[in-house]
Design a protein around this ligand. Structure first.
Ligand SMILES: NC(=O)c1ccc[n+]([C@@H]2O[C@H](COP(=O)([O-])OP(=O)(O)OC[C@H]3O[C@@H](n4cnc5c(N)ncnc54)[C@H](OP(=O)(O)O)[C@@H]3O)[C@@H](O)[C@H]2O)c1
Length: 287
């Protein structure tokens, strides 16, 4: 029987993985960050040694993109050093690892979907810390799985879809960037994808996963207003240059899912279908 140690089980993605684990015949444990701070190497080793997981699913991360510019050392502690230590512990206690990474390892200058083998070049410190984490993990545990995803949203935690849905429910205006293109990814779909790795055990390495299709943040916001039943004329396009974000963001974030699909992993639903499906839960969470 599989034994899963889930890290980051309270986050946008981790909470969806946790829901799935609860409904499967899988023995699991999902310590909170206060039960197990993964930046504490000794505690990670002790936990893995005691629980003896067959898999570690790491959804824990420093995800404050702008904050990483001024707190790079803290981002590195969690996104690089801790991830490397998880790899060393997994190697020692012979378990497999699925770790989540990001489209922000790319600079967004491409005009076609990024492959797993495309040249990496992060534009910001968060992307840099995540790239270093991928490298630290794969060095410690070459058989690890790294899943790069983009524009993640879900019912739990703070995310763009929830923020915009809140504005739509209040019938407020929203100014939204129209010159960055990507694929919104439902955390629920990615959680299914993560468990498909666990079940199918494809070749180890890096895999891309995001929902099918693409849009700008502006188009995504318009779609959210439509689903909520609000006038999408309340959504106004702006350029990213007019915003004072501390960290630079890639203007193009599409990820190719060819490798994922050829490996026989989970289906990749269209972003609009997945958004439509989960919006009632997001709306009731906000009300
Ligand atoms: N959000 C996005 O748009 C996006 C896009 C691409 C890739 N990703 C990647 O997807 C993964 C999941 O992201 P997410 O948005 O679901 O993250 P999130 O909602 O910000 O959750 C982060 C999780 O990490 C945990 N954590 C933080 N510090 C920890 C520590 N020292 N020890 C143990 N756990 C700790 C948090 O626990 P507490 O709640 O207790 O702090 C929380 O459960 C991450 O690897 C992220 O880089 C995210």
């Amino acid at each position: 029987m599989q034994r899963v140690l889930l890290l980051g089980g309270s986050g946008i993605l981790g909470s969806e993985v946790l829901l799935l684990l609860q409904n499967q015949n899988i023995d699991y444990v999902a310590p909170t960050s206060s039960d197990l701070d993964i930046t504490d190497k000794d505690k990670v080793f002790k936990f893995v040694s005691d629980f003896r997981p067959t898999w570690i699913i790491n959804c824990a991360a420093w995800t404050n993109v702008d904050g990483a510019e001024s707190s790079f050392e803290d981002a590195i502690k969690l996104n690089e050093i801790a991830v490397g230590n998880v790899g060393v512990a997994a190697d020692l206690f012979e378990c497999k690892v699925i770790h989540i990474s990001t489209d922000y390892v790319f600079d967004g200058e491409s005009s076609e979907p990024y492959l797993e083998t495309s040249q990496v070049h992060p534009l910001n410190k968060y992307g840099e810390s995540k790239l270093l984490g991928e490298q630290a993990l794969l060095e410690a545990l070459p058989s690890a799985f790294v899943v790069r995803t983009s524009w993640l949203y879900g019912v739990s935690g703070k995310n763009f879809v929830k923020t915009i849905a809140g504005k739509a429910l209040r019938r407020e205006d929203a100014k939204v960037v129209s010159d960055q293109v990507g694929s919104p990814t439902s955390a629920r779909d990615l959680a299914i994808g993560i468990l498909s790795i666990l079940k199918n055990q494809p070749e180890p390495g890096i895999y891309n996963y995001s929902n099918r299709g693409s849009c700008s943040w502006f188009e995504l916001a318009q779609k959210i207003y439509e689903i909520v039943g609000a006038n999408n004329g309340l959504v106004h396009p702006i350029s990213s240059g007019s915003l004072s974000f501390i960290a630079k963001r890639p203007k193009y974030s599409l990820l190719s899912k060819e490798k994922w699909l050829s490996a026989g992993l989970s289906e990749v639903p269209n972003w609009e279908d997945s958004l439509q499906l989960i919006m009632p839960e997001i709306i009731s969470e906000l009300q």
